[in-house]
Design a protein around this ligand. Structure first.
Ligand code: CA
Length: 485
């Protein structure tokens, strides 16, 4: 017969008590490891069918969990998307409209709610919200954009320069924090990479990766913007033409122009972009290995995403901002063996403002009423609510900045259609007065034209579709608390 020591009995009693507490709360509070890259488009992840690279470690998350195919950001640019993710609010609610806005440190957000709900919280890597983080038990962030090589970090307000590669260091600091955490409490760790943001500087070990290879070009690399709004045809995000020496790491030959320049520059920048991603993939693998080794994988929600998508030569562009698919779509891979079926795919329209409420749902905590998203826990667990959204509202506020010249715009995307309005004015921008652009509408049929090459708005045949979409756009805009331009 087995005998129990007093210590064993106490341990048994304690674990029963923990289970009772968890049962009383409905479910145990899982750990949440949130890994976010910067500008990593889903079509540069092999789990999403990438034609240009392999990402075995990101694929591990997809294989063990769910891949979201219609996860979208509500404002496709770094600082505003980060604020939307944290606060669960659109830009016009959280006050972070453009790159020049700051997140008010007093503003509520998901980490504060989780912290109050018993989580230990950490923010490591690229923060990019101008003010110091609040709501984190530990934070160690890059100043602003940060740099790739030998970066400086700010830990609790103190600056220190480190030797090494940014992506490796961010992972080192995340692992260091995980190792010293209080194992009795659940954790919420935000591990935010700088990579693969411009200027796409790879780790020394990957500087020769893809050498001698030709990376496949997107089918619309040589788009000349026929039929698109004039302000869109004028944006300064063209591969080659709008790049600098820093982007391609060499002098741009003076005799190269137009499509030939685009072809030449595409190979250079995309290879560096993909080399940066290879380090992100390696480092995600290190975090997954740690969870495995510590027996944490089964009770940890792991997320991999990016603050928005990116044009990988699509429409001849790099960068993001415009509401076309490649910039609008965020990669979103999520693993939680206790609730999410391995290798599943979800096609519901999910937004960056939904992340906060989803994490609170997993933590068994009630989301504050002023968060504007909705938990998609049921969706990723295979039970999409009947009344789930059929369309999404998007707005890019940073009108016609001196660098990229992207017009301010808003629009609606449904499963089939996209309607965009470029309103031509610098609305919602503090301190800046960029020139107006020509106002225009665009309509795309995503079912028959997934690359968004043919603007159907001028075609009278689509009058009824346009009227219905305008009505729905107005409704979504009002529901979000925003107003027409
Ligand atoms: Ca970004």
């Amino acid at each position: 017969m087995m005998t129990h020591s007093r210590r064993d009995l106490l341990a048994m009693f304690a674990s029963t008590a923990v289970l009772r507490t968890a049962a009383a709360a409905g479910r145990p509070q899982p750990n949440i490891l949130y890994i976010m890259a910067d500008d990593h488009a889903s079509h540069a992840i092999s789990a999403y069918g990438s034609a240009i690279n392999r990402t075995p470690n990101l694929d591990r998350i997809a294989q063990g969990g769910v891949r979201l195919t219609n996860c979208f950001c509500t404002n496709s640019i770094c600082t505003p998307s980060r604020a939307a993710i944290l606060t669960g609010q659109y830009s016009h609610r959280n006050g972070v409209y453009t790159l020049d806005d700051k997140l008010d440190p007093k503003h509520n957000h998901v980490a504060k709610e989780l912290q109050r709900g018993g989580y230990q919280t950490a923010m490591i890597g690229k923060w990019h919200l101008a003010t110091d983080p609040t709501g984190f038990d530990y934070w160690n962030i890059l100043p602003g954009q940060g740099v790739y090589y030998d970066p400086t970090f700010i830990k609790f307000g103190e600056r220190k320069k480190y030797t090494g590669y940014c992506t490796d260091l961010i992972t080192d600091f995340t692992l260091d924090w995980l190792k010293q955490r209080d194992a009795k409490k659940p954790f919420f760790a935000m591990c935010h990479h700088k990579a693969p943001h411009r200027p796409w500087q790879p780790a020394p070990k990957y500087k020769d990766l893809f050498n001698g290879q030709t990376i496949p070009e997107p089918s619309n690399l040589y788009d000349h913007y026929e039929g698109k709004a004039r302000a869109v045809a004028d944006v300064k995000m063209r591969v080659g033409e709008n790049m600098t020496r820093t982007d391609v790491k060499q002098d741009i030959p003076a005799d190269l122009h137009g499509d030939a320049l685009r072809k030449w520059a595409y190979q250079l920048y995309i290879k560096d972009y993909l080399r940066c991603i290879q380090s992100v993939d390696d480092n995600v693998g290190r975090l997954l290995d740690y969870l495995d080794a510590e027996g944490l994988a089964s009770n940890t929600v792991v997320v991999y995403t990016s603050d928005q998508g990116f044009y990988l030569g699509d429409h001849g562009w790099f960068d993001k901002r415009l509401m076309y698919e490649e910039a609008l779509r965020m990669p979103f891979l999520m693993r939680y063996p206790a609730g999410i079926k391995a290798g599943s795919v979800n096609r519901d329209i999910v937004l960056n403002i939904d992340f906060a409420e989803t994490f609170l749902d997993y933590a068994g905590l009630k989301a504050p009423a002023d968060m504007q998203g909705r938990s998609f826990r049921a969706n990723v667990e295979g039970h999409t609510p009947k009344d789930w959204r059929k369309g999404m509202y998007y707005r890019y506020w940073m009108h016609n900045d001196g660098d990229h010249h992207v017009p301010g715009h808003y629009g609606i995307r449904t499963d089939r259609w996209k309607l965009i309005y470029y309103y031509g004015k610098p609305l919602g921008m503090t301190g800046a007065h960029p020139p107006d652009t020509e106002a225009a509408w665009e309509l795309y049929d995503l079912r028959h034209d997934p690359r968004e090459m043919k603007n159907l708005y001028p075609d009278a045949k689509y009058g009824r579709v346009v009227r219905e979409l305008k009505g729905e756009l107005e409704r979504l805009q009002r529901e979000a608390g925003d107003a027409p331009a």
